[in-house]
Design a protein around this ligand. Sequence first.
Ligand code: API
Length: 287
Amino acid sequence: MKLQFTKMQGLGNDFMVIDGVNQQVKLSTDTIRQLGDRHFGIGFDQLLLVENSPRADIDFSYRIFNNDGGEVEQCGNGARCFARFVHDKKLSLKKEIAVETARGVIYPRLEDNGHVSVNMGVPQFTPKEIPFLADAIEEGDRVIHSLDVDGVSFEISVVSMGNPHAVQVVADVEAAPVASIGPKIENHPQFPSKVNVGFMQIISRDEIKLRVFERAAGETLACGTGACAAVVAGIRRGLLNPRVRVITHGGELTIAWEGNSQAVWMTGPAVTVFDGTINLQGEEYAA
Ligand SMILES: N[C@H](CCC[C@H](N)C(=O)O)C(=O)O
């Protein structure tokens, strides 16, 4: 069966976006993995599925799959592309939409300058919410945890944006051990659902550089929820102001958070690369 899709990117974090409103889509884990392969398939960091929501107060349901085929809770760069997609495909005429994910509702808004702003919801910090198996019984949530990785202690901040993040401050992101330490922390036994690993360099109280070794996707050119988590961690550590420019290898994001139980706001680009059609085999289908 033929499946229509759109290839999109947010700061080089790239996606296969599928309209599950006008197509009935059923994809196995293996098929998602094959589609995500950059040599034998289409190639993407994540696959984003757009579906109707049964709730009257929600415009769409948003499902996210890493390129290993696993479904996850949230994707920030993907949220901006989601909003651009539903507008350009005329699935909604609204400038601001309510989108339900596995871990809460987010509110993307199309800006006049072509960027997209997203209310990414309220960050969570308690080990249980990450989930993170802390060393001691924690009172509430600690800003910095020590994590032992092969006998070396790393000072990490844990933040959930719906998906789990472990953020550390480094002197120079370009010299950071992203490829070696990233997978060790991603798969650390104290993260029962694994974790996205952020390496943040503080340039000033208003600017950071960031690299993220993403759970199940490896290092990406940018990570939207990773940028939110890094800024929240930096503010909680007393290192950053409430509005921060985040410089990634794929480009820049603006992240704002007023603290406590306020939502995190993310603003950045969302770009359509091409539309395509692919033939699905076997029990996969798109009607
Ligand atoms: N790898 C992430 C999902 C994609 C997040 C990232 N692409 C973003 O822009 O937030 C996870 O397993 O939680």
